[in-house]
Ligand binder design. Sequence first.
Ligand SMILES: NC(=O)c1ccc[n+]([C@@H]2O[C@H](COP(=O)([O-])OP(=O)(O)OC[C@H]3O[C@@H](n4cnc5c(N)ncnc54)[C@H](O)[C@@H]3O)[C@@H](O)[C@H]2O)c1
Length: 205
Amino acid sequence: MDSFTGKLAVVTGGGSGIGRELARQLAAQGCSVAACDWNTGAVAQAAATARAGAPDGVLVTGHACDVCDEAQVLRFRDELLEQHASDHVDLVFSNAGIGGGGSFVKDRREDWERTFAIDWWGVYYCARAFLPLLIASGDGVLVNTSSVNGFWATLGPVISRTPGKAGANSINGRGRGACGPSAALAPWAAPGAAAGAVWAQKGRP
Ligand SMILES: NC(=O)c1ccc[n+]([C@@H]2O[C@H](COP(=O)([O-])OP(=O)(O)OC[C@H]3O[C@@H](n4cnc5c(N)ncnc54)[C@H](O)[C@@H]3O)[C@@H](O)[C@H]2O)c1
């Protein structure tokens, strides 16, 4: 993909940090954006900011969606296709994620599973929902945001962020073979320590 102009991008976790900035920069470069977040106020504000800095003809929409819930992901997909009057998407940034998760051994099972659900199942459901639309683009790119923690267990193997982000890595970089030449999964997106809020382990709004 040589240019973002005229493309349609999906950004999950678009209400804050890396996702919010992705939406803003894509829109400024002429790319329409459908951003989602489970924090509806934050994503509405992020979409308004991105819209304000975008050239004419660029549509930026904000959507409520918990990526751990497949029904909500499918609803988000249908909603954005209708609002953007499109039958495909060109870019998907599966960026929603949280840190922490606690110890497999010492902490609450619910906390471990919650982080794993977002960092793995959220990425998986989005890949399921959007891959056909990326293939339909003919020039599609899927970027699953992992973490350095998905490569090696810097926070410890018993922390659910580690297997969650390793799962995201497992479907990164495999796209050309699996999907044919018309779709590409981006090789790696594994931040080390960017200035996002993920380390604050923000709870569900
Ligand atoms: N910032 C870093 O240093 C760093 C390092 C490694 C990996 N990452 C990864 O980068 C991505 C973005 O991180 P960030 O620092 O911008 O974090 P952030 O907390 O600023 O933004 C994440 C956004 O995702 C949303 N979100 C969380 N769970 C969600 C869900 N289930 N459904 C929908 N939205 C949800 C949050 O509400 C938030 O708006 C995450 O996947 C994170 O794990 C970040």
